[in-house]
Design a protein around this ligand. Structure first.
Ligand code: SF4
Length: 433
C-alpha cells in the first residue's frame, strides 16, 4: 500500500510528518509524495490562523474528487483535528480523525476505515510519543525537544490543540543527537513552541542553557533552535549560545508587538523595555547575531499609535527577518471574546507597512555583509535561476554558481550583491569538507 503525508504549519509539524512517514514505513507502507499515487493520504494540519484551515478544507475538496475515481483512505490529524474534532467528519472525503499527540494510532485507524468505519481518536494532547523517523534530508535534521506550551497568550490556540509544555528528558534528546552525529548530519535544529522554556516542567534543574552546553560538545557542525520566547530568555541561555562553538549566531525571538498596551492585552509576559534589554544582551554576547521575529498586526484594540510603536521597535532593533501576520480570531482563546475591531483593509495596510520597513532593513543588513567570505551549507539548486543556494551560520540565504555534488556540503562564498531576501556571491575555490 502507498501512503502520502501532506503537511501544513510549523517546523514541529514538518518533523511530525517525518515521524508519521517513519511509522507508516515501519508498518509496511511505501511512502509517496503525491496523493495521486497513494492509497492512503494523511493530512497533518495547522490551525494557527483561519487561512491555514482554509487551505486544508480546499485540499479536502480536491481529494474528494480523487476519492470518487478510486478507493482512497483519507485521515486528518494535527492541530486542526484537535481543535475542530468531529466537525471534520462533515467533509465526505474524511475517513478518520486523529489528534496532535496520538499519531501512533494511525495504522489501526486506517484498518478500521478500510472496514467502513469513520473513527475519531482525539485523546488530550498530554503525552510524548516516540515514533520511528523517516528523515527527508541526509544532512539537515529536526529534533523535537519539547511539545506543547503552558504560556497562554490571548490570541493563541496552541495550548488548546498541542497541550501543556512537555519536555523530553535530556538523556533522550542527547541520545538522538549522538545518533545524528554518528550519521554525519551537518545541521540539527532543536524544535519546541518555546525552546527556551525547555525543562521548566521537569522540575529537576534541567533547562535550555544546560541542554545547549551538552549539545555544544557534540560533533555536529551546526546547531540551530526555534522558537524562543522573550519571557524565558535567560542570561545563562545567552551565555550558552555565545560559548557553544557549533551554536549558530541566529535567534528567532517572537516579539509580536512594540506596544506595551498590546503586549499586556496579548498576555505575552514582557514589556517592550524588557525585550530591548534582551536584544542588547544577545548582541553584546554574540557579535553579529541575527535576530529575527514574529509580529501580529491588527490585534483587537490596536490603535494607529500602538502600531507606530511596533514599526518604531522594528527600526530600533533592525531585525534580520520579520514574519508578519494579520490577527485571526481563534476559537477557545481569550482574545476570541474581544471584538475583532481592526478593519481587514487596515490590517492589510499595516501588514504591508511592516513588510516595507523590514525589506529596507534587510537590504541594509545584507549590504553590510558584502565583501565578506562566509561558510554556506548548500541546500539545493534553483533550476529556474541556475544558482545553488544555502544558508550562512546566521541564517542568511546565499545564492551562487556551483557544481554537482555541492548539496549537503559546506562551501565558502564571497558575498557580492545584496537583495532584501538573499545575497549573491561567488564560491571561494577550496570547498570546506
Ligand atoms: S508562547 Fe504564546 S504564542 Fe507561543 S505557542 Fe505558547 S501560547 Fe502560543
Amino acid at each position: 500500500m502507498k501512503a502520502c503525508v501532506l503537511t501544513w504549519g510549523c517546523q514541529l509539524n514538518e518533523h511530525r510528518s517525518e515521524e508519521i512517514e517513519g511509522l507508516l514505513q515501519a508498518a509496511g507502507y511505501e511512502i509517496v509524495s503525491r496523493p495521486e499515487e497513494a492509497d492512503v493520504v494523511i493530512l497533518n494540519t495547522c490551525m494557527v490562523r483561519q487561512r491555514a484551515e482554509d487551505k486544508v478544507i480546499g485540499r479536502l475538496g480536491e481529494l474528494w474528487h480523487l476519492k470518487k475515481l478510486r478507493p482512497l483512505v483519507i485521515g486528518v490529524g494535527g492541530c486542526m483535528s484537535q481543535g475542530r474534532k468531529e466537525e471534520l467528519l462533515r467533509y465526505p472525503a474524511v475517513d478518520f480523525v486523529f489528534g496532535s499527540a496520538n499519531a501512533s494510532e494511525i495504522p489501526g485507524l486506517i484498518e478500521r476505515a478500510m472496514r467502513g468505519e469513520r473513527p475519531v481518536s482525539l485523546p488530550r494532547p498530554d503525552r510524548m510519543e516516540r515514533l520511528p523517523v523517516r528523515r527527508r534530508s541526509p544532512y539537515q535534521a529536526y529534533v523535537t525537544i519539547a511539545e506543547g506550551c503552558s504560556h497562554s497568550c490571548a490570541y493563541c490556540i496552541v495550548p488548546f490543540v498541542r497541550g501543556p509544555l512537555r519536555s523530553r528528558p535530556m538523556g533522550e534528546v542527547l541520545a538522538e543527537l549522538r545518533e545524528l552525529a554518528a550519521q554525519g548530519y551537518k545541521e540539527v535544529t532543536l524544535l519546541g513552541q518555546n525552546v527556551d522554556a525547555y525543562g521548566l516542567d521537569l522540575r529537576d534543574g534541567t533547562d535550555f542553557a544546560s541542554l545547549l552546553r551538552e549539545v555544544a560538545k557534540l560533533p555536529i557542525p551546526r546547531i540551530r533552535f526555534t522558537s524562543s520566547h522573550p519571557a524565558y530568555m535567560t542570561p545563562e541561555t545567552i551565555a550558552a549560545i555565545a560559548e557553544g562553538p557549533n551554536i549558530c549566531e541566529h535567534v528567532h525571538l517572537a516579539v509580536q508587538s512594540g506596544s506595551d498596551r498590546i503586549l499586556r492585552a496579548m498576555r505575552r509576559g514582557y514589556t517592550r523595555e524588557r525585550f530591548l534589554r534582551i536584544v542588547e544582551a544577545l548582541r553584546a554576547a554574540i557579535p553579529g547575531v541575527n535576530i529575527t521575529t514574529d509580529i501580529i498586526v491588527g490585534f483587537p484594540g490596536e490603535t494607529e499609535e500602538d502600531f507606530e510603536q511596533t514599526l518604531y521597535l522594528i527600526r530600533e532593533v533592525g531585525f534580520g527577518t520579520v514574519y508578519v501576520a494579520m490577527y485571526s480570531p481563534r476559537p477557545y482563546t481569550p482574545a476570541a471574546t474581544l471584538p475583532d475591531d481592526v478593519p481587514p483593509a487596515e490590517k492589510k495596510s499595516r501588514l504591508e507597512a511592516v513588510l516595507e520597513v523590514t525589506r529596507r532593513i534587510a537590504q541594509e543588513i545584507n549590504e553590510r555583509k558584502l565583501g565578506k567570505v562566509e561558510e554556506v551549507l548548500v541546500e539545493g539548486y534553483l533550476q529556474g535561476k541556475g544558482f545553488y543556494y544555502g544558508k550562512t551560520r546566521d541564517m542568511r540565504t546565499v545564492l551562487f554558481p556551483g557544481e554537482e555534488g555541492m548539496v549537503g556540503n559546506f562551501v565558502l562564498v564571497k558575498l557580492e550583491r545584496a537583495t532584501p531576501g538573499a545575497i549573491y556571491g561567488e564560491p571561494v575555490k577550496e570547498p570546506v569538507a
